[in-house]
Design a protein around this ligand. Structure first.
Ligand code: BGC
Length: 247
C-alpha cells in the first residue's frame, strides 16, 4: 500500500503529510510551516525541502499549488506573486529536493480527493468543489472526470475585480465581516457560479467548511451543497493521489 507525501502550498501555510492513497487517510503527522514572506520560488522551495526532510521522506511527491497549473508550470500568479508566473514549479521543487514532483492546482487536488474517496463519492453529473481560503478555488468534474483549472474565483465582481477579493475568507477576516455578512457574499458567489455552470452539486472545502453551521442560513443557492469530508486536508490527499496516478 503506497504512502505518498502530499504537500499543499497555500497563501498562509505550507502543509504536508504522508497519505495512504487507498483510504485517503493521513499516514503520518501533518506538518504545517507558515508560508515564507516574501513567498519567492527560493524561499518556498526551501520550505518544501524542510517538509520533505521533516518527514524523512524519499519517493514521489504530490504537490498542490494555488495558481493555474499546466504540465507542472504555474500559469497565473494569483496570490503567490509574479515571479511564479510561467515557472516550472515541479522542476523547481525537484531541484530543491532531488525527488520527482507532480504539481497541480490546489482546488483540483482537493476535488480529486473528495470525488474519489470523500463527499463526492456517488455524485453524478456536474460537480464543482469550491475551496475557500486566501482565495476561492474551484474544481469541475463531469461524470467523475476533472476538467482542470476552472477559476470561478476570478469571475468579475464589482468594478471588474476578481470576485474572490470580495467573497474569500481573507475578505471576511480583513474586513471584519460577521458570518452572516460574509455568508451573503458567498451566497452571491455561489449563485453566480451556478448561473454560469449549472452544477448538479457543490462540494464545499477549505478552512470555512469547518464553520459551515455559522453561515449555512445565509445561503439561498438551490444547488445542493455537500461539506468536504477531508476538510482542510483534501489538497494534501488529492496531491498524493495525483503523484500516485503519475507512477
Ligand atoms: C487561484 C486559484 C486557486 C485559489 C485557491 C485563486 O486565487 O487563482 O488557482 O485554486 O486561489 O487557492
Amino acid at each position: 500500500m503506497a504512502h505518498i507525501l502530499g504537500i499543499d502550498i497555500g497563501g498562509s501555510g505550507i502543509k504536508g503529510a504522508l497519505v495512504d492513497t487507498e483510504s485517503g487517510e493521513l499516514a503520518s503527522e501533518r506538518i504545517r510551516i507558515p508560508t515564507p514572506r516574501p513567498a519567492t520560488p527560493d524561499s518556498v522551495a526551501a520550505t518544501v525541502r524542510e517538509l520533505v526532510s521533516g518527514h524523512g521522506y524519499s519517493g514521489p511527491v504530490g504537490c498542490c499549488f494555488p495558481t493555474i497549473v499546466v504540465d507542472g508550470v504555474a500559469k497565473s500568479a494569483s496570490n503567490m506573486g509574479e515571479e511564479w508566473r510561467n515557472l516550472a514549479v515541479d522542476e523547481t521543487f525537484s531541484a530543491a529536493t532531488d525527488l520527482p514532483f507532480t504539481v497541480l492546482n490546489d482546488a483540483d487536488a482537493a476535488g480529486m480527493a473528495e470525488m474519489r474517496l470523500g463527499a463526492g463519492v456517488g455524485l453524478n453529473g456536474l460537480v464543482i468543489t469550491i475551496t475557500v481560503g486566501t482565495g476561492i478555488g474551484s474544481a469541475l468534474f463531469y461524470r467523475g472526470h476533472l476538467v482542470p483549472n476552472l477559476e470561478l474565483g476570478h469571475m468579475a465582481g464589482k468594478g471588474g475585480i476578481s470576485i474572490e477579493k470580495w467573497a474569500s475568507d481573507r475578505a471576511r477576516k480583513d474586513e471584519g465581516l460577521s458570518w452572516e455578512e460574509w455568508g451573503a457574499r458567498f451566497d452571491a458567489f455561489l449563485n453566480r457560479a451556478a448561473r454560469v455552470c449549472t452544477p448538479d452539486h457543490f462540494i464545499l472545502g477549505g478552512g470555512v467548511s469547518k464553520k459551515y453551521d455559522k453561515f449555512r442560513e445565509a445561503l439561498t443557492v438551490a444547488t445542493p451543497i455537500h461539506v468536504a469530508r477531508f476538510r482542510n486536508n483534501a489538497g494534501i490527499i488529492g496531491a498524493a493521489m495525483a503523484a500516485m496516478d503519475q507512477d
